[in-house]
Write a protein that binds this ligand. Structure first.
Ligand code: NAD
Length: 405
């Protein structure tokens, strides 16, 4: 099948969905690869490298494509060039892209979202959230080290001893653990906090001290965190304040799936940090863990420089693209049968990732958000065949004829 690799159009995006090294993985499966000229340029992959690997360079790759791979969803112009039944594979944040989901449905495009690939062991090699979080976490630690005007490691010299930097990391998921491990490797003293019960052991396993705030843990479904209520959030802030005040660098990576990032650190808490301290807020573009952080900017709050993350994987486009491309190629390999990319909805990985297909929205939450709640089967009373009961909250408890059986 013809697989198109597009040049990304989102402002600031530097990644590409396929790297030259992986072209042969797709051609070996029987596919043709067409790359839009310049697609890999910003990630450091020249057109010639794709051509040498066996890809074609195609000025208008979309109209003839069976499958389109991208980092971000196609823009509306690109979408309308697709043939009916074409498959797109990209990040597709459905909760914030409902108009796009409706358009994909109407154009009868089969859209797969890399965010929705289930995080089960069999699909680990396709987990693009993790691969990109790994890049972001590493980058956060490097940014913190770069902004801080002091050493991360302990230095014992003839001229005296230089104490190591104190780093605090909030949120110890994939990005947070990578930030911890990187800061540790650079020699900092690292402490970290996460609301999940399993996190303390994970924090210790990468060499940091787990901060114990003596608060209840917050487990949601699927190993993710749950949102805090106001009281829990206030107690967490109060308990964290002294740790943050003592930190030279604070790195925040906390997230709750499908929600705005939790606000963990107030402006007042940052103002209590010492002169020269640094805050790196990876969650800045999803609402911010730190009050006042601005995506893509370094702002000053009190004595601290506060760095707000904005499409952080794009700051390391080469490795971020290589890892993402590997995730995409693994998904396409799973879907390829006898040289064809086939949508097998009996496979939970494919079904989980599929947002639209054949004019329908298959992703339940998106369908409900776009099309409204599914019609429910009417409840029938024995006395009145075919007649639906009014909703329960409209039943008059005093009227026995309206009692639900
Ligand atoms: P995420 O990006 O959704 O969140 C980042 C971290 O923020 C999480 O660890 C979360 O617990 C934490 N957090 C949320 N609210 C917080 C608060 N108020 N204070 C402090 N921390 C808070 O998480 P993620 O990196 O996607 O990983 C989430 C979980 O999924 C982890 O348990 C991870 O091990 C697991 N995971 C599993 C697989 C797999 O099985 N294939 C792959 C990746 C991640």
């Amino acid at each position: 099948m013809r697989i198109a690799v597009v040049r990304e159009t989102r402002p600031g995006e530097t990644r590409v969905a396929l790297v030259p090294d992986l072209v042969t993985k797709l051609t070996a499966l029987g596919h043709e690869v067409g790359v839009e000229p310049g697609a890999g340029e910003r990630a450091g992959f020249a057109d010639e490298l794709y051509a040498e690997a066996g890809a074609g360079l195609v000025d208008q790759p979309l109209p003839g494509a069976d499958v389109v791979v991208g980092v971000n969803p196609l823009d509306p112009d690109g979408l309308r060039q697709l043939r009916e039944g074409a498959i797109t594979v990209s990040f597709l944040p459905v909760s914030t892209s409902l108009d796009l989901v409706a358009e994909l449905r109407d154009l009868r495009v089969t859209a797969l979202s890399m965010e929705l690939v289930p995080r089960i062991s069999r699909a680990q090699s396709m987990d693009a959230l993790s691969s990109q979080a790994l890049v972001s976490g590493y980058r956060c630690a490097i940014v913190a080290a770069g902004l801080l005007r002091r050493f991360f490691p302990l230095n014992m010299t003839a001229a005296g001893t230089v104490q190591p930097a104190q780093v605090v990391v909030l949120g110890a998921g994939v990005a947070g653990l990578q930030a911890i491990a990187t800061a540790k490797r650079l020699g900092a003293v690292v402490q970290a906090y996460d609301v999940r019960a399993a996190a303390a052991e994970e924090i210790r396993s990468v060499g940091a001290k787990a901060i114990d705030l003596q608060l209840e843990t917050l487990e949601g479904t699927g190993g993710y965190a749950r949102e805090m209520d106001e009281d829990r959030a206030a107690r967490q802030k109060e308990a964290l304040a002294p740790y943050i005040a003592r930190a030279d660098a604070l790195i925040t990576t906390a997230a709750v799936p499908g929600r705005r990032a939790p606000l963990l650190v107030t402006r007042e808490m940052v103002e209590a940090m010492a002169p020269g301290s640094v805050v790196v807020d990876l969650a800045s573009e999803t609402g911010g863990n730190v009050e006042g952080s601005v995506p893509g900017k370094v702002v000053r709050i009190g004595h601290a420089q506060v760095w707000g993350g904005d499409n952080v994987p794009s700051q390391m486009p080469g490795p971020a693209s290589s890892l993402y491309a590997q995730n995409v190629v693994n998904l396409l390999a799973l879907m390829t049968h006898e040289g064809e990319v086939v949508l097998d909805l009996d496979d939970e990985v494919v079904a989980g990732a599929c947002v639209t297909h054949a004019g329908e929205i298959l992703h339940g939450a998106s369908r409900e958000a776009v099309e409204g709640p599914a019609e429910t089967t009417p409840v029938v009373t024995p006395g009145a065949p075919g007649e639906a009961l009014p909703p329960e909250d409209q039943l008059d408890p005093a009227d026995p004829s309206e009692e639900q059986q």
